[in-house]
Ligand binder design. Structure first.
Ligand SMILES: Nc1ncnc2c1ncn2[C@@H]1O[C@H](COS(=O)(=O)NC(=O)[C@@H](N)CO)[C@@H](O)[C@H]1O
Length: 136
């Protein structure tokens, strides 16, 4: 799993059009979240076996930056070993559920082309990237 973390004053996105035929059914096309950690996530093959590790890594960053709100953003552009859309959707939904035990968690729509505006806070830990793997 490849993740780009942005600690943001806000993120605003709008689903524009479907990027795949079975894109996730969504209710709201536009959302805005204030004061949040935004992990842009490329789910890679086999990531369903490293969910616990991914939760630990994401919670570690949230704690370090003092974020209480997490907005998971599916982002198919950080890896050349992408999991299938079906596996990626499953992993992101499971991540959302597991992180919700300790955080307020939202998830941007899966399978949609989206416009977005993000305001990065600019402090030293406000931009981070991680490659999350299973135990070595
Ligand atoms: N492995 C993945 N990790 C994260 N998001 C994914 C993944 N696969 C698909 N998506 C989501 O589904 C959308 C379409 O992805 S896709 O089916 O691979 N298609 C494409 O990426 C191209 N049509 C350009 O978007 C992505 O924009 C993203 O929202």
């Amino acid at each position: 799993m490849r993740v780009l973390f942005i600690h943001a004053d806000y993120i605003e996105y709008e689903a524009k059009s479907k990027a795949m035929k079975d894109a996730e059914e969504i209710i709201e096309k536009k959302e805005r979240y204030e004061e949040c950690l935004v992990p842009f996530i490329s789910v890679e093959e086999g990531d369903s076996s490293i969910l616990d590790r991914a939760v630990v890594e994401i919670e570690d960053v949230a704690k370090k930056v003092g974020a209480e709100r997490i907005v998971l953003y599916p982002y198919a552009h950080l890896s050349n070993k992408l999991a299938s859309p079906g596996e990626a959707m499953k992993v992101l939904k499971e991540l959302e559920k597991m992180l919700s035990e300790k955080y307020e968690v939202h998830r941007a729509p899966f399978g949609w082309y989206k416009s977005f505006v993000i305001s990065c806070k600019g402090h030293p830990l406000s931009e981070l990237s991680k490659e999350i793997r299973g135990e070595a």
